[in-house]
Design a protein around this ligand. Structure first.
Ligand code: AMP
Ligand code: MG
Length: 352
């Protein structure tokens, strides 16, 4: 474990893609697009010898939200699964959903319950995402203790059973329980994107960010590495350091500065601790995880945020992932593999 910036006032990280390095190869052009999907900003940058693929990339991320992941849209698979709660017949699952939920259940077990996609009743009670996005009006109130206890009684991995069948699987959800895949959705979007890019013969490199998750793919024409800025939780427009990576990776950051509401000077952020029902307080402000798989980088960053630095590093190691934490005191701690990629930002910086 490495401890940098002991006692620094601010520390931290959120994945910010730093794009530099133009086209150096004949026929290869860079195409970029910035738009919104999954309730966040999507940035796409692709180097290709063919047509502009950024529109199709954005569409596939939006389709994933509408058809699979959203718990608000009645067009999605998650919505239908939640509707089926209490049905003893259960509901058939697509192959992607079955594999995702099975992986989530394993992570719930491996994280001692810190990561839990059956938290829907609780996440909706707090509804921090909606408050933070300005989609709810009125004044935010911390939920009553009794309501938190009641919502918690409707969560837990034992309230979701999965069954494998030849194509996909089936899910049985207990009455009153709801899935919330907000902790893995952006990572899944990166995995889908990587699959799409691989199918296009003329794409040599790409970088795609969906909120706090970034996919790097291939090698830029000028052969320069990918640079991912880690945001300062105290001022997310600044970076505390940069990860320098080559090739295909997924980099996800979970932080208390990403979605939150402040009430009487207390920050209520969007990552909830299933053990207490309240926003997680594990001594960290943000966690960045690097993995070859987006679903894992995303899920692990959320799980590690709830677990805190010490246990989080153990969990990341079990999954062969690297993790970097910015602690409450402003220290940056990371797994040994992350040290190979991380470089601290010199005091003043202007990178965005
Ligand atoms: P992320 O920004 O990837 O860390 O995911 C946070 C989102 O995941 C929240 O907005 C909730 O929708 C959901 N969530 C909150 N707490 C948890 C938790 N402990 N386990 C799984 N999902 C969670
Ligand atoms: Mg996550």
């Amino acid at each position: 474990m490495k401890n940098i910036f002991p006692g620094a006032l601010s520390v931290c990280l959120s994945a910010i893609l730093i794009l530099a390095g133009g086209c150096g190869q004949a026929g290869i052009r860079e195409f970029t697009k910035t738009d919104t999907a999954m309730g966040t900003v999507v940035r796409i940058s692709v180097y290709s010898a063919g047509e502009d693929p950024t529109g199709e990339t954005l569409s596939l991320i939006r389709r994933l939200e509408e058809e699979t992941l959203s718990y608000r849209l009645d067009t999605s698979e998650v919505f239908r699964i939640n509707e089926s709660a209490g049905d003893p017949e259960g509901i058939p699952l697509s192959d992607t959903m079955y594999r995702t939920l099975a992986a989530c259940q394993k992570l719930t077990e491996d994280s001692g319950g810190a990561f839990d996609v059956t938290l829907g009743a609780l996440t909706r009670l707090w509804d921090i995402d909606q408050w933070a996005a300005g989609l709810r009006t009125g004044s935010f109130q911390i939920p009553e203790e009794e309501d938190i206890r009641e919502a918690l009684s409707r969560t837990g991995a034992d309230r979701l059973s999965l069954e494998a069948v030849s194509h996909g699987g089936a899910a049985y959800l207990e009455e009153g329980t709801a899935l919330d895949l907000g902790a893995v959705g952006k990572g899944l979007a990166l995995d889908e994107t990587a699959g799409y890019l691989e199918q296009q013969g003329d794409i040599t490199a790409a970088a795609v960010s969906v909120g706090g998750s970034v996919l790097t793919y291939g090698e830029k024409p000028d052969k320069s590495p990918w640079r991912i800025g880690i945001a300062d939780p105290d001022d997310p427009s600044r970076t505390i350091g940069v990860l320098t990576l080559r090739g295909q990776w997924c980099i996800s950051t979970s932080g208390d500065y990403q979605r939150y509401v402040e009430v009487d000077g207390v920050r209520c952020h969007h990552i909830l601790d299933p053990a207490t029902g309240y926003p997680a307080k594990s001594g960290v402000r943000s966690v960045t995880v690097v993995s070859a798989q987006g679903m894992l980088s995303d899920a692990l960053s959320t799980a590690c945020f709830v677990l805190g630095a010490e246990k989080g590093m153990e969990l990341a190691a079990e999954y062969g992932a690297e993790a970097l934490f910015v602690t409450d005191s402003g220290a940056v701690v990371m797994t040994p593999g992350m040290e190979e990629w991380f470089q601290e930002t010199e005091s003043e910086n202007t990178e965005e």
